[in-house]
Ligand binder design. Structure first.
Ligand code: FAD
Length: 600
């Protein structure tokens, strides 16, 4: 291909969600020539779908809130596997990042005193989520996008990155293709910031959309970096279960934060039966106390519906399994009988429309039917907590595709904070690294470009192979059934065998037609990533013989203190065709932070 399109930058950010845009703004402001590359339209990222809010200990509703409490909640929510330094930086810097968004034009809901309003979410001791109705992500993306455009940062839309190049062990560039024309683009850049979001599309029932195929996770592994905490996948307790076309679509936790409760088919408010020992001291154990909490949060404990997500999702799963599910295989989420129609329409406008339009259910009059849905991956690229740099010099990861911040379970609202805090840090460190190189910029090796292009085009050359859609469907089914919310050793082994077989099928998959807008080809390229990332999840899940946070083993039902001291790290194996695992002790928390956990 003569005359491949080529661009030179100091920082190339892959992904235009909150993390990518915040990183790009920081890099640009630090003086780096910066580009953002995203595989769908600008603004169409997961971030835009975020409903509930941004967790930040601003103390607007509760003056007693502060970073120390937020830090403690985050660590406890993650069952102490989080990287303490990331949880600390996040808790310390999130309020500043929220204020900055407001300076840039974001319009948050207000308290009666005119401060930024903060709402309650599971696992957070105080009302702490800054929000805009149930459309917080939309406002966040609108603000960041406007700033990106106003600053004149180059944006490559509908352009998918397939490879990161290295020279002498450090990043030298990246390869991408335009989705519309199928033509390649080479970026000469000493830094790449991965901000590609999650992996949920490898599961059948998910709140994630088509882009979330774990590209950043896979790119990092293929470049020589490692992933951490991959066994921890968050199943959100409340996804729609009906109609089938929208199964998995998210129902925000704000419904429960604002008074919604869960009931089984017998009408029983079952969450009181599922309060774990770990959270007993801070959870209401009677209906009276739980209901009183909404009015008087000082003298009552929180309702069990607001336990961390892993606890609630498991409880719902158990009720459905025990035969107390709804006609469509879910559980009832009821706010209609608890709040006025005006309140519901004002606080939860998107949910009201979502159910009305998609399921013909009026949530101000009837309960919703909901069930767990694959939502978020805690695991991601292992990075330095202060700079977000991976083990490969010049390769950074931020947002959902990075790991460590959330440990075994993420608290609601902590992702949006994560994007802003670490997006800024990643952009600044990448830009400083590029600036420090001077004339020693690594060069892209043309042989690597040729090889990457040939590998991307290989599916066009196959005779008589299988199409990628059937392979993807089988992968989604296997991950859902065998690596889902409740896991067992034999099922995880079966999943690994299934993934091996899918890899063989994928090696000879075929795509029809030409390179111009060809979704089959795009999927074939995504599948390479989905398979290696799914293998990482399944292998780590098989190795961790305990239940903790987002990882539940039916054959090892409790947490094991020995596993509470180590994390699992995944790398590509020497052959480059599979993954290998090793255990790593947790980073040691300094005494001054340790003190927050001594008295529960
Ligand atoms: P994303 O916003 O997912 O963006 C990823 C970007 O990468 C996209 O631009 C995509 O096109 C691009 N991309 C991917 N692969 C490639 C590639 N190969 N080449 C080029 N570009 C690529 N969190 C909260 O804290 N509070 C909430 O209230 C909340 N609500 C949520 C509601 C829903 C329905 C969902 C799905 C998630 C919610 N979350 C919430 C989680 C949170 O929204 C996400 O974790 C977060 O937005 C991820 O942001 P990100 O910037 O890491 O990635």
């Amino acid at each position: 291909e003569g005359g491949t399109e080529r661009h030179t930058y100091d920082v190339v950010v892959v992904g235009a969600g909150g993390a990518g845009l915040r990183a790009a703004i920081a890099a640009h402001e630090a003086g780096a020539r910066t580009a953002v590359v995203c595989k769908s339209l600008l603004g169409k990222a997961h971030t835009v779908m975020a409903e509930g809010g941004i967790a930040a200990a601003m103390g607007n509703r509760w003056p007693e809130d502060g970073w120390e409490v937020h830090f403690r909640d985050t660590m406890r929510g993650g069952k102490m596997l989080n990287h303490w330094r990331m949880a600390q930086l996040h808790a310390q810097e999130a309020p500043e990042r929220v204020m900055e968004l407001e300076d840039w034009g974001a319009l948050f809901d207000r308290t009666e005193d005119g401060l930024i309003s903060q709402r309650d979410f599971g696992g957070h001791k105080y009302a702490r989520l800054a929000h805009v109705g149930d459309r917080t992500g939309l406002e966040m993306i609108r603000t960041l996008q406007q700033r990106t455009v106003a600053l004149g940062i180059d944006v490559f839309m509908e352009c998918t990155v397939t490879d990161v190049f290295k020279q002498d062990g450090v990043v030298s560039g990246a390869l991408a293709y335009w989705r519309e024309t199928g033509r390649f683009v080479v970026f000469d850049t000493p830094t790449v910031v991965l901000a590609t979001g999650g992996i949920g599309k490898s599961f059948k029932v998910t709140s994630n959309s088509w882009e979330y195929t774990g590209d950043g996770h896979a790119l990092a592994m293929r470049t020589g970096a490692s992933l951490i905490n991959m066994e921890f996948v968050q199943f959100h307790p409340t996804g729609m279960v009906w109609p089938p076309s929208v199964k998995g679509l998210l129902v925000t936790e704000s419904v429960r934060g604002d008074g919604g409760i869960l009931r089984n088919s017998e009408g029983e408010r079952f969450m009181f039966d599922y309060i774990p020992e770990y959270f007993r001291a801070e959870t209401a154990d009677t209906v009276e106390e739980a209901d009183a909490w909404y009015e008087d949060k000082k003298s009552n404990r929180r309702p069990p519906e607001l336990l961390p997500r892993d606890e609630v999702a498991r409880a719902i799963n158990s009720e459905i399994k025990a035969g107390r599910g709804t006609p469509h295989g879910g559980i009832y989420l009821d706010i209609a009988s608890r709040r006025s129609p005006e309140f519901i329409r004002k606080r939860l406008p998107s949910m009201y429309h979502q159910f009305k339009e998609l399921a013909d259910v009026d949530i101000t009059r009837e309960p919703m039917e909901i069930g767990p849905t694959c939502h978020y991956v805690m695991g991601g690229v292992e990075v330095d907590p202060d700079t977000q740099e991976s083990a490969v010099t010049g390769l950074y990861a931020v947002g959902e595709c990075s790991g460590g911040m959330h440990g075994s379970n993420r608290l609601g609202g902590n992702s949006l904070g994560d994007l802003l805090v670490f997006g800024k840090r990643a952009g600044e460190s990448a830009s400083a690294h590029a600036a420090g190189l001077g004339a020693r910029r690594p060069q892209v090796d043309e042989d690597h470009v040729r090889a990457a292009r040939a590998s991307a085009l290989a599916p066009f050359e196959v005779e008589g192979g299988e199409n990628p859609y059937s392979i993807q469907a089988d992968l989604q089914q296997s991950m859902n059934d065998l690596v889902g919310i409740i896991r067992t050793g034999p099922e995880l082994q079966e999943a690994l065998r299934a993934i091996e077989a899918l890899k063989v099928r994928a090696a000879s998959m075929k795509v029809e037609g030409h390179r111009q807008y060809n979704p089959g080809w795009h999927l074939a390229l995504d599948l390479r990533n989905m398979l290696v990332v799914s293998e990482a999840v399944a292998r780590a899940a098989l190795a961790r013989e305990e239940s903790r946070g987002g990882h539940t083993r039916d054959d090892f039902p409790g947490p094991d203190p020995a596993w509470g001291t180590r994390n699992l790290v995944v790398r590509l194996d020497a052959a480059g065709t599979g993954v290998e695992l090793h255990e790593q002790p947790l980073p040691v928390m300094p005494d001054e932070l340790q003190q927050y956990f001594e008295s529960k």
